[in-house]
Design a protein around this ligand. Structure first.
Ligand code: ATP
Length: 137
């Protein structure tokens, strides 16, 4: 059992890409452990992305992530963190490999459709940020 955490970001939800992205996630062998449509508050986004708070794009990132609903989900698969990062592709969609979720669905380096945890430790922290134990199956 190995888990990662993802968010389908406001740009993807606005454009009607929830179904297309989830289909690719399922087809790639991930099991959905938890999932919900939710909207982050400014405080939520500042806390979730606290590691980036010195970066020049921090304000823009918080503004973007709070502008509409997101889909938060916990996914399970062998080697989940690394395999999911491969599936989504590079942060900048212009540099993302052909067939990756960001290549297909992202707009720009900021509005890049999807989040994927960068370590197992962060996946657990991020999952707990959005879900209680009773909401994970
Ligand atoms: P994520 O953490 O969302 O999976 P990532 O790990 O690929 O993305 P990070 O470098 O951790 O990328 O950046 C976190 C998020 O901040 C990016 O997904 C993107 O939404 C935003 N971001 C990163 N770089 C920029 C930038 N240069 N300009 C605007 N937004 C950016």
């Amino acid at each position: 059992e190995n888990r990662t955490f993802t968010m389908l970001k406001p740009d993807a939800v606005e454009k009607g890409h929830i179904g297309g992205i989830l289909e690719q996630i399922n087809a790639s062998g991930f099991r959905i452990v938890a999932m919900k449509l939710t909207q982050m508050t400014k405080h939520d986004a500042e806390t979730f992305y606290a590691v980036h708070n010195e970066r020049p794009f921090f304000g823009e990132l918080v503004e973007f992530m709070t502008r509409g609903p997101i889909v938060a989900a916990v996914l399970e698969k062998e080697n989940a963190v690394e395999d999911f990062r491969t599936l989504i592709g590079a942060t900048n969609p212009a540099e993302a490999a052909e067939g990756t979720i960001r290549k297909k669905f992202a707009t720009s380096v900021g509005e890049n459709a999807v989040h994927g945890s960068d370590s197992e430790e962060n996946a657990a922290i991020e999952a707990a940020f959005h879900f209680s134990g009773r909401e994970m199956f």
